[in-house]
Design a protein. Structure first.
Length: 398
């Protein structure tokens, strides 16, 4: 199959998400993959310019060495506000160009604006359209007055899609309430590479690199640092408790990074909280191996976190690490009790819960349960399911 993917984030610079794994795995199976992406990070990275020209990146791979994904990045006007307005025009033209030249068998949308453009083009040309939901994107729109408009656009796309894919049963409930047809909606959960995230990997090099002692307890988080990720609350609780033997290791960049740096400096956490910034994906198994307990302390009042299943959860668990999570409905529905995930009410409860797990000797037992839970979630199996959905959508398309 020839697959055209549209998304509104940076395919190349952002760490791999579910679509990267699926696209690259399908590439290894002989499918042709083209991605239209968006230079999301242009405000903080890259050259100072008023507009960018169309770029192409052939044979991109972020995870699997022999994968080949062609990434096409339409130009945009690099002025805040006008960037997304210009996207409407440049992505519209690029989608039309890809339909004419690449002739995709299926179009898969991951965004809002360019997914709206893609579903219209797909219907016009008789091409199946699949809408893939990893998050409730309208809740991520930073200017809140635009969120209802984003929700309206999403609901129209959902109703027009030939197939809708979500990452959790909780999110399936959400999209069907928003307009998706239940009989056209499937759940494809995140997967894990047990070869990449394997128990033979040692965390000692990472601990030595960052001056972490043998007896130190390492709490770990990786990913994009949203303000609602709960990390600032954990850091402030560490500052209040003044436990020198607890280290808070954070890998990633994002909106909350500067605030975390400020907390680190103001509260004297230079030896307690370690901010590495963004690190290559291939280093993540070593970072997780260096941890004792992994974290998902997101603010449970934040709607965006209610239905999703971040892929990092599966990566934590594959490395036989227990996870402390706030009571997020999607996570609780997926993992329940007794599978290596321990729940707390608030981000501020993270440190005390970690101390309790360490003092009662539960960490190793919880880690074993976590690993056992994810062993059936291989990317090969998840890709089989995804591939079958795409092939069925093609065959059943009028």
């Amino acid at each position: 199959m020839r697959l055209l993917i549209t998304q509104e984030t940076d395919w190349i610079k952002r760490n791999p998400l579910q679509q990267h794994h699926l696209a690259e795995m399908l590439s290894l199976r002989g499918h042709e993959i083209h991605v239209i992406d968006y230079e999301l990070l242009w405000r903080t990275q890259g050259k100072r310019e008023l507009f960018s020209r169309r770029q192409t990146f052939p044979n991109v791979h972020k995870i699997y060495d022999n994968a080949k994904v062609a990434v096409i990045r339409p130009g945009i006007v690099k002025i805040p506000g006008l960037d997304y307005v210009s996207l409407l025009f440049t992505h519209h033209g690029e989608i039309a160009r890809q339909i004419e030249e690449f002739k995709p068998d299926v179009i898969i949308g991951f965004g809002i604006l360019n997914a709206c453009l893609a579903v219209k083009a797909a219907r016009k040309h008789g091409i199946p359209f699949v809408y893939h939901w990893l998050d409730v994107l309208h809740w991520l729109i930073p200017f809140k007055p635009f969120q209802p408009l984003g929700k309206f656009i999403e609901s129209r796309i959902l109703r027009q899609s030939d197939k809708v894919i979500t990452v959790s049963a909780k999110m399936k409930d959400f999209v069907t309430e928003l307009g998706a047809m239940p009989d056209r909606t499937e759940v494809v959960k995140p997967g894990i590479s047990l070869k990449t995230f394997n128990l033979a990997i040692s965390g000692e090099p990472v601990r030595r690199q960052y001056g972490i002692k043998k007896d130190d307890v390492v709490l770990f988080f990786m990913g994009w640092l949203y303000h609602f990720s709960g990390l600032k609350e954990v850091a402030l609780e560490l500052a209040r408790l003044k436990r020198e033997n607890i280290k808070f290791l954070i890998v990633g960049e994002g909106d909350a990074f500067r605030d975390l740096e400020r907390i680190q400096k103001e509260h004297g956490l230079e030896n307690t909280m370690i901010l590495t910034g963004s690190r290559p994906y291939e280093e993540m198994p070593g970072f997780i191996a260096a941890a004792d307990i992994c974290l998902l302390p997101a603010d449970p009042a934040e709607k965006i976190m209610h239905d999703g299943l971040p892929a990092k959860i599966y990566e934590y668990m594959a490395m036989q690490k227990p996870m402390i999570s706030t009571k997020l409905p999607g996570v609780m529905r997926e993992f329940g009790e007794g599978n290596g995930v321990v729940y707390i009410d608030r981000p501020e409860d993270t440190v005390s819960k970690a101390m309790e797990l360490m003092s009662t000797g539960q960490v190793q037992k919880l880690g074993i349960k976590a690993r056992q839970f994810v062993e059936s979630y291989s990317w090969d199996r998840i890709t089989d399911q995804f591939e079958q959905i795409l092939e069925g959508t093609c065959c059943n398309h009028p």
